[in-house]
Design a protein around this ligand. Structure first.
Ligand code: HXC
Length: 260
């Protein structure tokens, strides 16, 4: 498959999806979102792929937001459709049956910060900067920022970021819980690939159902969420991965999971 705005590479059980519009700091227009949508569907369907890393091309940016030149021509209804498109694609990433790691290599602003927040795990380079600068443009966040940021970090901190449009550096993002790790820029991809391959070596169905238990549980009260967890715990007993994992432990050998 050839893409105009993204790159997709596979390496073992890990796929790397790179937003590839460095001339505009990887800003997201509708075409780019549609390519991400399609690529993510293909990666979800590929049994060899167990973990996906999303990053941005070039040294400067992960994604510097929705494409402002593209948005400048939108009518109100088109703007609503564009927000809905972004929300749909990011929602797909959030609920993909495989873990997704954001390797945040530079600016993650507006729609870029929102893309990173739709991923399961965020790792930032020391050079990364995060922000929701929409208010500087007289806009509000529209790809989920008002909701995901408020759920990921303390609502007061989220509101300050959303109301001021100010950028925060990678270390601040780590301190408030927006990113898990901050690493030197030149180590970012190796760090993310190593994390991805650790996750990929675990039982793929178990990882998938863990993601489902966490994501769906967040939308439920604790009692229902625990019942859901118990159901999924029962479901993994139907897998050959469970047999392999337990047999390997008892035989004191490394498990070879098939994802079945
Ligand atoms: C379109 C963008 C862009 C964007 C950068 N560029 N961000 N183009 N959309 N979001 C373009 C610039 O116009 C410029 O093109 C080139 O990329 C390099 O950017 P510079 O501004 O020259 O770089 P620098 O001075 O280093 O500043 C970097 C920056 C700044 C701080 C990241 O570019 C910036 O503030 N960008 C906008 C960030 C932003 O407001 N994002 C939120 C967008 S709203 P030329 O042709 O001049 O070389 C949003 C809404 C989401 O995301 C929800 C929608 C429903």
């Amino acid at each position: 498959m050839s893409w105009n705005n993204i790159l997709v590479e596979k390496d073992g059980h890990t796929a790397v999806l790179t937003v590839n519009r460095p001339q505009v700091l990887n800003a997201l227009n509708a075409e780019t979102l549609l390519e991400i949508d399609k690529a993510v569907d293909e990666l979800a369907a590929d049994p060899a792929v167990r973990v996906i890393i999303i990053t941005g091309a070039g040294e400067k940016a992960f994604v510097a937001g929705a494409d402002i030149a593209f948005m400048s021509k939108l009518t109100p209804l088109e703007a609503r459709d564009f927000a809905r498109l972004g929300q749909r694609v990011l929602g797909k990433i959030e609920n993909l049956p495989k873990p997704v790691i954001a390797a945040v290599n530079g600016y993650a602003l507006g729609g870029g910060c929102e893309l990173a927040m739709a991923c399961d795990i965020r790792v930032a380079s020391e050079k990364a900067k995060f922000g929701q600068p929409e208010v500087n443009l007289g806009l509000i966040a529209g790809f989920g920022g008002t909701q995901r940021l408020t759920r990921l970090v303390n609502p007061g901190i989220a509101k300050e970021i959303l109301f001021t449009g100010d950028m925060i550096d990678a270390e601040t993002a780590r301190r408030i819980g927006l990113v898990n790790h901050v690493v030197p820029a030149e180590e970012l991809m190796a760090f993310c690939k190593s994390l991805a391959s650790r996750i990929a070596s675990r039982g793929p169905v178990a990882v998938r159902l863990t993601k489902e238990a966490v994501n769906e549980g967040l939308e439920m009260d604790l009692e229902k969420a625990l019942a859901h967890e118990a159901d999924l715990f029962g479901l993994v007993f139907a897998t050959s991965d469970r047999e392999e994992g337990i047999s390997a432990f008892l035989a004191k050998r490394q498990p070879q999971f098939q994802g079945k």
